[in-house]
Design a protein around this ligand. Structure first.
Ligand SMILES: [Zn+2]
Ligand SMILES: [Zn+2]
Length: 264
């Protein structure tokens, strides 16, 4: 039996929605939250196959790592690069951030390093699902919905409802949908470079406050809503500059542009 890339992608998507159902369904044991792992891994797998389908439609050899030796197919990261560089697919910065974060989470799950943060997983899942939904429409020219089996329409609807909401629960507080992506993104940049030297960024909770009691009582940043011991969202009013101790967004230190480390 030979499955097409697309059929394969939809199988993984259905698997993912099945685990999503188990992880989020009302009335299931608390312990079923562990299925979040499989729902995310399968969603990333489905995305990878859809990327390959877009490459294949452009040129059947583009799905191979080495086009002169067409045996091994490309990794998801490579597929992403190829879509951008060769077939010039235009992805927004936040789409790319979410894709890379999801790949990173998938790798952590597969290597058992992950301490499960359900809230984070569910936020990433919903954002990634939204991305795949749009990606399918824009680059495969059809509604993803047409390929989702009726028994999963309810999960699909729940997810769509989530990303149409302006607010999401992230780290236990309600924050704007946009900030969720910025907070996720911000965690990838542990340092600022100022005039060639690296300075470790100040996490929320590491600041020296002149009112320590009040400061200790805070659980989330009052501006970007990040939790203690995480980096503030890039551009948050409350982040301190690691060099001069002033407000990072307004001090006169010249920060070099943040460079993303490529996910594997
Ligand atoms: Zn903040
Ligand atoms: Zn500064």
């Amino acid at each position: 039996m030979k499955l097409s890339l697309k059929d394969n992608a939809y199988d993984f998507l259905h698997n993912s929605l099945y685990f999503y159902h188990l992880a989020t369904g009302v009335g299931y044991p608390e312990d079923y939250k562990r299925y979040w792992r499989f729902s995310l891994v399968d969603l990333v797998q489905s995305m990878e196959l859809l990327f390959k389908e877009v490459l294949r439609q452009s040129n059947e050899f583009f799905i191979y790592e080495n086009i002169d030796k067409p045996s091994k197919t490309v990794s998801v990261t490579k597929a992403l690069e190829r879509m951008k560089n060769i077939i010039k697919i235009d992805l927004s910065h936040s789409d790319e951030t979410v894709i890379r974060k999801a790949i990173d989470l998938r790798n952590q799950i597969l290597h058992f390093e992950l301490e499960l943060d359900m809230q984070e997983l569910s936020t990433i899942y919903a954002i990634l699902f939204e991305f795949i939904h749009n990606f399918h429409l824009n680059f495969l020219n059809e509604e993803l919905h047409n390929y989702i089996r009726p028994e999963y329409w309810e999960e699909e609807a729940l997810l769509i409802e989530q990303f149409r909401n302006e607010f999401v629960i992230y780290n236990g507080v309600e924050i704007s949908n946009k900030f969720a992506i910025e907070i996720v993104e911000s965690q990838m940049f542990p340092a600022y470079t100022i005039k060639g030297a690296e300075y470790k960024r100040v996490k929320f909770g590491e600041e020296v406050s002149n009112d320590p009691e009040w400061f200790d009582s805070l659980t989330h940043c009052s501006d970007c809503a990040v939790k203690k011991s995480f980096f503030h969202a890039i551009g948050c009013d409350s982040e301190y500059c690691p060099k001069c101790g002033g407000q990072a967004i307004s001090c006169t230190c010249e920060y070099e542009e943040l460079d993303e480390e490529p996910a594997s």
